[in-house]
Design a protein around this ligand. Sequence first.
Ligand code: NAP
Length: 283
Amino acid sequence: MSAAREFLLSVLPSQDIEKYDGEGKRIPSVTLTFAQSLDGKIAGSHGRQLTLSGPDSMLMTHWMRAMHDAIVVGIGTAHNDDPQLNVRLIPEADKLHIKSPRPVVLDAYLRLRTDCKLLKNYRDGKGQQPWVFCASDPESASTERLARKSALEAAGAVVYEIPCVSGLLSILGLLRKLHECDIQSVMVEGGASVINTFMKQASQPRGPGEPPVVDTLIVTVAPTIVGDDGLGYTVGVSGDKLSVSDHLVLLGMPTESLYQIPKFTHTRTAMMGRDTIIAGKFI
Ligand SMILES: NC(=O)c1ccc[n+]([C@@H]2O[C@H](COP(=O)([O-])OP(=O)(O)OC[C@H]3O[C@@H](n4cnc5c(N)ncnc54)[C@H](OP(=O)(O)O)[C@@H]3O)[C@@H](O)[C@H]2O)c1
């Protein structure tokens, strides 16, 4: 078995575990993953895409894709990077029983381009049909938006509507819907805003016995320094640019919950080529 595969099997949760949210609704397991530089950046200046992962950790990412039912990115990443999100790098001999994950784009206002690689790959038989999640807010049901929805559907996307929380698509709404659609495991691949939202969700206070929304964090650290112009992410709510009072209004949360950071425990670190892969669990 390849080192990357063995590493992932040792840090990812078993797919046999049934996961429920705080309201008793089934949700998939969630792996949050990204590559960062030594100075904590995930992209270059103005969000310029950077290839931070070396070949070995990139192969690990493709194995990770193969081990999840769906892969989630935000519309910022879909626009900026035009990613494919399919499994390409695994050796042919290992590919027999492997399929690419379902691409899922968080796109409240249906801005995804109809000529993006995700849709093209689906039409060319090189990836699963992309699912685009948009806001169910009736105010956004303009003629223009309906036209964008029809255009995306004609290009091959399936569009789902879910509620928003504080102007962003509800993560619990997304996960519940994905589970209803038979998705048992989700890999979240970025970008910065989506990482922030999932980190926030992982830091929310929970009831007794309620599992964290994000189960596993797998971070590739590349031996590179990007500099202050690079794009970073924030852990928990406190790193945001909004003031505490803004958060109180937007989130309706008690003050003490605003500065919680996700509770995280390290499970394993491995070297893959020149990169360090750090894995842990939210608790
Ligand atoms: N190093 C890595 O591992 C890695 C991986 C992926 C991406 N990246 C980099 O990340 C950058 C993109 O990051 P980004 O922050 O600009 O965009 P992003 O996180 O990919 O997408 C953010 C957008 O998604 C939509 N969205 C809807 N619901 C959301 C929710 N609940 N939480 C967060 N976003 C939600 C919002 O747009 P609407 O309101 O219009 O829906 C939001 O502006 C690119 O530069 C890319 O290269 C790096």
